[in-house]
Design a protein around this ligand. Structure first.
Ligand code: NDP
Length: 264
């Protein structure tokens, strides 16, 4: 008798452009795993109710995206250390005892993509633009990977202080504007979604810089265009999305899919 497919999905709002279903269905096919993957585009007032009934009805796991990553962390009965440090969860998984575990694999996805791009974060001087949940996940991963310093620049300076307090690490500092050139500049703002480039001085980027935008899009991304004009190597966030999806698949099914086919 065939096993019933494991019920998984993604929850967020809006979700019209999500690429998660295509990634998960390719992984399931490659690994011979029976999985169904639902897109749950739910309005604000329904989040907890929809998640509760998804798991009560036997759901195995949910990816969580904007704007619910913090609420997902609060919803779950237990949380991984990396989710607590990021202050946000992007995966919810049903445990064998029926409770729900919140986790965050954005940081792993980001580090795996840096490795693919042959960028070694050990000893690197990094500038992170943005101070939201994605910035927190990326910074926590960079610290763990041995970055030398992480200078944070955000439109709202108060959020930089909150982020520094959460990270509680002397390597994380407020961007000083002292004319430093960085090895890695990460755009962790959502400005690219509005086709805008966040403010930053030109001299943070030089020819040896990797400029990485967390957003992925078919259209040219203004941050990447500006960074390329300044001589940097650039990347969008497709690899981060793909690698975090692969890690999620492993959490749910115990198999690591091969992701090479996603980078033609
Ligand atoms: P949050 O809403 O938590 O934070 C948004 C951040 O962007 C804040 O720092 C905000 O600044 C800043 N911002 C928004 N608009 C502008 C603008 N026009 N100019 C300058 N700064 C701006 O979002 P997240 O941290 O969760 O996500 C950030 C981005 O990362 C999103 O676009 C998301 O799609 C992407 N992402 C990609 C992933 C991937 O796998 N590739 C994974 C996770 C996220 P302020 O505080 O001043 O408002």
């Amino acid at each position: 008798m065939n096993e019933a497919p494991a019920r998984c999905g993604v929850i967020g709002f809006p979700l019209s452009h999500t690429r998660s279903p295509e990634l998960h269905s390719a992984f399931a096919e490659q690994c011979g795993v029976a999985q169904s993957y639902t897109v749950l585009a739910v309005p604000d007032s329904d989040f907890e109710h929809v998640v509760r009934s998804f798991f009560a009805n036997g759901g195995r796991g949910l990816n969580v995206t904007l704007p619910y990553k913090q609420r997902a962390l609060e919803f779950a009965e237990a949380a991984s250390e990396r989710a607590v440090r990021a202050g946000a969860a992007n995966v919810l998984t049903r445990q064998p005892d029926g409770t729900v575990l919140a986790d965050n694999v954005d940081g792993i996805g980001f580090l795996r993509d840096l490795a693919r791009l042959q960028f070694d974060p050990r000893g690197a001087k990094v500038c992170v633009l943005g101070a939201g949940g994605a910035a927190a996940g990326v910074i926590a991963a960079l610290l763990e990977a041995g970055a030398a310093t992480v200078a944070v620049l955000n439109r709202n300076a108060e959020r930089v202080q909150l982020l520094m307090a959460r990270m509680d690490d002397p390597r994380v500092v407020e961007f000083s504007g002292q004319g430093d050139v960085f090895d890695l500049v990460v755009n962790a703002t959502s400005a690219s979604l509005a086709n805008e480039c966040p403010a930053f001085p030109d001299d943070v980027i030089g020819p040896g810089t990797l400029a990485y935008d967390l957003v992925y899009a078919k259209e040219p991304i203004p941050f990447m265009q500006r960074a390329a004009r300044l001589g940097a190597r650039t990347s969008d966030g497709w690899g981060m999305l793909a690698e975090q999806a692969a890690e999620t698949f492993y959490l749910w099914h115990g198999v690591h899919p091969d992701t090479d086919f996603l980078y033609p």
